[in-house]
Design a protein around this ligand. Structure first.
Ligand code: SAH
Length: 489
């Protein structure tokens, strides 16, 4: 029996390996966007104490100095040294944020095909752009367990000329425990991790000549004209802090986070109530600033899209200056190199400005983002148009493609063909060794359905892809309408 791939991606996809043995059907598990689930259920905080040590710290800070911005609150919840969702020390055996035992599931954990296709995307860009003497940087922002990078790297390794040009794999990660998981997967549990300036480094398990290098900030990644950056950000931008504003009779006013202990301070206005009602007893709540804040003065004038909403009384908008700042750096890095690419995949809006999108997830249930800070994952919709605008503003030497729906992106990259190919390989194994791979086949099929499905629970329409590439002759990247071109060797 021969397994064939029918598509223009055959050339690339046939280089990929048969399935790995660890596939799981994750159909009962919710994605980070929270599709599937409904009820808010964090426990009510004990009046005499605090739900978490971070809740206490935030309450005391707010009581001392007044309400804080939503961005400051979100940042503390996610990456505070005092017990942020990603930075808190996890007890031995407590597991991490992902999968059935964690809080949510992400695409690379659902199917190996996801990371492999992103690897194919990177290879297809390299084939089109390759330059002699270049040093390729493979960069991932927020790599989680490292699964996507592991699947991506296995794919890139099939293309020797490209793999031989890779200078290092760079991971931008704020979480010490997830950095540990990434190190175990990519370098092996025994390999020593070394401290380097501003970060850590260790040898790749499968390619000992290549170092895996961790930084907490994108800016630490070295940059010069010979270095070609290929940058992946999957479910990273949704974790970057947002500011929220409501359009009042007096112009844009910022929504701030207040402590419930300061009773009577809340203004229940449109846009505020929606978030508050997601939990019965949140320890924190939004309140409307009664005077302009620096952010309400500086951020809404940034784009015509926000100005257009000034006609709409009580309109609420979310702006993430941190995302815009990062996008600027990404765009400039690609622009200055005149080579490379960035691929951003996340959930969010294609053209509208996100509003009231901040939500919490705990144990696969959507809950208030204002309860149990540090224990609840908080995230917000990504404003893809704002990212695209910022990338173009930041460098004249880049162009932006998308956003396109994940279903279309993965479809064009050949997800169906790749999945069928792997299933065919499994069947071949069954012929040889008996019927032991039924669960893996089921996992591959349900994974495919989950990643591209546009039904409730599917990730195909909610998740979107955006690409930043150097300015070129109008040809689109693969997955955004383009074809595979160039030589692979
Ligand atoms: N991309 C992975 C994980 C997504 S979860 C996947 O798809 O499975 C978000 C990731 O971003 C985690 O690895 C988290 O630790 C990291 N992260 C969140 N905020 C961060 C920040 N401000 N700086 C660096 N890493 C951050």
């Amino acid at each position: 029996m021969k397994c064939r791939i029918k598509s223009q991606l055959k050339l690339l996809s046939t280089h990929l390996r048969p399935p790995k043995p660890y596939l799981h059907p994750y159909s009962a598990v919710t994605s980070r966007h929270g599709i599937h689930t409904t009820t808010p259920t964090p426990e009510a905080p004990d009046k005499a104490s605090y739900s978490t040590s971070l809740a206490r710290y935030l309450t005391e800070a707010i009581e001392a100095t007044g309400p804080i911005s939503l961005a400051a609150y979100m940042r503390q919840c996610l990456v505070s040294d005092l017990g942020g969702y990603y930075t808190a020390e996890r007890q031995v055996g407590a597991g991490d944020q992902f999968g059935q035992k964690g809080d949510f599931i992400t695409s690379p954990e659902i199917s190996q095909v996801f990371g492999e296709l992103i690897g194919i995307w990177v290879v297809s860009e390299w084939m089109r752009q390759r330059r002699s003497g270049e040093k390729i940087q493979i960069i991932e922002l927020g790599p989680g367990r490292g699964t996507l990078m592991s699947d991506l790297w296995r794919t890139v390794l099939r293309f020797k000329t490209m793999a031989d040009s890779v200078e290092a794999i760079y991971l931008v990660e704020a979480s010490p425990s997830l950095r540990g998981a990434q190190k175990a997967l990519l370098c092996g549990p025994e390999t020593k991790i070394r401290e380097i300036e501003n970060g850590f480094s260790c040898q790749s398990k499968v390619s000992p000549k290549i170092n895996i290098i961790w930084y907490e900030d994108f800016s630490f990644i070295p940059q010069d004209k010979d270095r070609t950056p290929y940058i992946i950000a999957h479910e990273f931008f949704d974790a970057l802090p947002i500011h929220a504003f409501t359009n009042t009779d007096n112009g844009w006013r910022e929504l701030l986070v207040d402590a419930s202990s300061r009773k009577g301070q809340f203004v229940a206005k449109n846009g505020v109530s929606k978030l508050e009602t997601r939990s019965n007893t949140p320890e924190f709540a939004l309140t409307l600033a009664n005077a302009p804040t620096p952010h309400s003065i500086l951020l809404p004038p940034l784009s015509q899209r926000y100005k257009d909403l000034e006609k709409l009384k009580d309109a609420t908008i979310e702006i993430s200056p941190e995302s815009l700042g990062l996008m600027e750096k990404i765009s400039q890095k690609i622009g200055e190199a005149g080579a490379g690419a960035a691929l951003i995949i996340d959930y969010g809006t294609s053209d509208t400005v996100p509003a009231n999108s901040l939500h919490g997830i705990l144990k696969h249930k959507i809950c208030s983002p204002f309860s149990r800070p540090g224990e609840v994952d908080v995230s917000a919709d990504v404003d893809f148009t704002a990212l695209a605008e910022q990338a173009i503003k930041a460098s004249k030497k880049v162009e932006v493609h998308g956003p396109v729906k994940q279903s279309a992106f993965l479809g064009m990259l050949g997800i169906k063909e790749r999945t069928e190919f792997l299933i065919c390989e499994l069947k071949k194994q069954n012929n040889r060794w008996g019927d032991g791979n039924k669960d893996k086949e089921k996992a591959l099929r349900s994974g495919h359905d989950r990643l591209v499905g546009e039904h409730a629970g599917g990730m195909g329409a909610i998740y979107k892809a955006l690409a930043v590439v150097p300015v070129r002759d109008g040809r689109r990247p693969v997955g955004f309408g383009g074809e595979v071109t160039g030589d692979q060797d």
